[in-house]
Design a protein around this ligand. Structure first.
Ligand code: PEP
Ligand code: MG
Length: 311
């Protein structure tokens, strides 16, 4: 059993009625990977590859990238790992990919947008990921950050397939992508909601500015309504919908997200046992009740009260 504080969890994300929700780790380094496995992660829902190269002055070679990725993938032989392609720009500039100075970096050339100008960089990264997957036996998927349209998603999937990677998905962290969830899910194998950026963009509230932090609350009903759109589309199309933003790390909110149709939750290793243990106490019916109440609430505090009612 995995113990965190007084919470015990058996390391499988399953509700008391047998409904499965994968409980996964967010990682950015080999140390994170080891910590996630020790805490019971069933795999990785978000590997932030840009964290490997924050201090790199020039683009790492395919061989250097292969080694860096393999070091993170190694503990996950036979387990699912979602590797996110470089999310450079805004708060995470990479020296070798920095765009010209922009007036609004969060709204500028970041995430997958960088790859439209530099598809060669993306191709080399995908090749390195495929090699590292073969080296380690991890069950690797790739995922693109900051996707806004189905056309962008299709562009990415085509390149992932060309690199021989079996499963490709995109993050839903731009409100337009949530509104186009059906069209996007039609061209990808899965999506994962990045609730940190999704909140920032839907509330027009910079996630790095403390003065607007109350708007970036993951319990905001307006944010949950976007999650509901994506969850419904995933259920309809029979494709996985994950959450890999901070929202997934809150045990009660994890129940709400499950009720909204989310099929995997990815978080920092410190949150795994708490979320896994909470899920084991609830059922899909109760999660749906909690979700209906939270989505219909007027504000974050009432959303929490509504989610707690059946729990
Ligand atoms: C997010 O935006 O919610 C997310 C998981 O990605 P990052 O925090 O790396 O931007
Ligand atoms: Mg993000």
């Amino acid at each position: 059993a995995h113990v965190q504080g007084r919470v015990e969890w058996n390391g499988v994300g399953v509700l008391r009625d047998g409904h499965r929700v994968k409980v996964l780790g967010n990682v950015g380094s080999p140390a994170d990977a080891v910590a996630a496995v020790a805490a019971g992660a069933e795999g990785v829902g978000l590997f932030r590859t840009e964290f490997c190269f924050l201090s790199a002055g020039t683009e790492p070679s395919v061989e250097e990238q292969r080694e860096a990725y393999a070091a993170v993938l190694a503990p996950f032989e036979g387990k699912p790992v979602v590797v996110r392609t470089l999310d450079a720009g805004a708060d995470k500039p990479l020296a070798f990919l920095s765009p010209d100075p922009e007036p609004n970096p969060a709204l500028g050339v970041r995430g997958l947008r960088v790859a439209f100008d530099r598809p060669d960089v993306l191709t080399r990264q995908l090749d390195a990921i495929a090699l590292a997957a073969a080296d380690t036996g991890a069950d690797v998927s790739v995922m693109a950050p900051m996707v806004a349209t189905a056309a962008e998603a299709a562009w990415f999937v085509e390149r992932a397939r060309a690199a021989g990677i079996r499963r490709a998905g995109v993050m839903v962290e731009v409100p337009a992508a949530a509104l186009a969830a059906r069209e996007i899910l039609a061209v990808v194998d899965f999506v994962s909601l990045g609730t940190n950026d999704l909140a920032q963009y839907v509330f027009a509230a910079d996630r790095q500015v403390g003065a607007v932090a109350a708007l970036n609350d993951p319990w905001q009903p307006a944010l949950l309504r976007l999650v509901e759109l994506v969850g419904d589309a995933g259920t309809e199309l029979g494709k996985p919908v994950g959450v890999c933003g901070e929202a997934a790390a809150d045990p009660l909110l994890a129940c709400v997200l499950t009720g909204l149709g989310v099929t995997s939750l990815s978080m920092n290793h410190t949150a795994l046992a708490g979320v896994g243990a909470k899920l084991a106490t609830t059922s899909f019916d109760l999660c749906q009740l909690a979700a209906r109440g939270a989505v219909a609430a007027a504000d974050p505090a009432s959303a929490k009260v509504a989610a707690r009612a059946p729990h």
